[in-house]
Design a protein around this ligand. Sequence first.
Ligand SMILES: [Zn+2]
Length: 483
Amino acid sequence: MRQLQFDTYTGNIIEAKLDYWQDIEDIPILIRNFIYEKTTNYILRDEDNNKNYCPICTHEIDEYGFCQNCQKFCNIADDAEVKIFDIDKIKNYAFFNTYYIFDVVNNEVILYVIDECVYYDHPNLASPYRIMETKIEHAYHIFNNKIIDLKGNITYYYKNIDKQNKKDDENYNYRIDNYLNNYDGGTLYTDNLDLLKDTIYRYTNIWEAKDYLKDKYLFASDLTYIPLHFSCFEYLIKDKFYSLAFDNPHLLKYDNEARMLLNPNGEYLDFMLNNNFNFYQYKAFQLCKIKDMRIINFIERNLYIVEKILEIKKIDIVKLYYYLKNQSVNIVEYRDYLKLAKDLGYNLKEKNVIFPKRLMEEHNRLFEKKYIIIDKSYDDKIKEVSSKLIKNKYEDKNYVIYPASSVKEMLEEGKNQNNCLRTYIEDYSNGNTEIYFMRKKSNLNKSFVTIEVKDKKLIQARLKNNLDPNEKIMKIINKWLRN
Ligand SMILES: [Zn+2]
């Protein structure tokens, strides 16, 4: 309850307006320091000349991290964050960091979404110099059944959010955040979570997940709709099942589903708890039923490809894991091989067809058999396909995602990324699959992530050398897919 006060206009006794932070000056200094520290703890690196620069004045720093100009040391430890810039173009570029901050006023909860923008185009200086701008993007007043955006004076009811998300079965929290008009994931200030103990959050026990949440890339819904609206959140947290509690709200949709998950058949429960399973690890576990996290994580990372392989042929995934390890070959290559073998009419019951002695040799041999002559007709078809797919183009403050638009582009991406993109030229030109490139806005000419999508599902997203992108990049890609 807020304080009662006398309204001089109407002569009635009314509740006082909730007092929330309007300006930067309203934000407590401890929290402003937290935002500043998190935003500024990086160095600038130009990969083209392999030099490091001071994040404040952009002068080159020496091997000890010392900036002559500022007379101070920058953090150049191995685990320090590095922002990759083309130092000559730094004035064209800005980057954004989003922070989530809880505050409690008279036992009522407000969640702030604060944006910190950093750019280097100082209006009064000829040479680049860092400018930071803090902006309170949203102030959400949180209730058990709704969220009020205090700045826009808009009310979002959880039951309407439910309706919106009914059809989605996976990752649907991105949609929720779009629904809240909140598009940026960010970092939570966890030091004050204890404040929530005497509020509507009292049953969620969310503060127990403090350490888990500290380094996590979060959306507003992860901190509001999910903990407050799903009753099983409480016992997932109590059991320290943090990944399931926060990442997989679709599991929590029906209490019974989550209970079943937590109690698959007793004997695996401890193992799942000890390893803080997420939903995809659970799905992977169902495919191998083996208490070995290396294998489970391998399947989880490649879940969609594993499912595709199983569609072609029901094979023992544990055997496949050891086989691929022995051959030092990526599972994507195996999927391509198996598909080629099937298309060419090989007998998939034979052991030397399923697990050939030299996989890559066989892969290449079968590929040559179906050899693609890259002629003009492919290029024309690809131009047509990409002109249709361009509607799926994604752009945010830092990244763009767009469809491959020519054979040349695909050959170059394959070469840069050291992947086998050329083998997708035929499928892509026929519309059997979709190929997209994700690039950093700070370096649009450089390959970053190569993405394959089919039937609106992500098949693979790969960095150079077929490596997996980190969690943050995957979240952005998933967000894009959901839209
Ligand atoms: Zn400096």
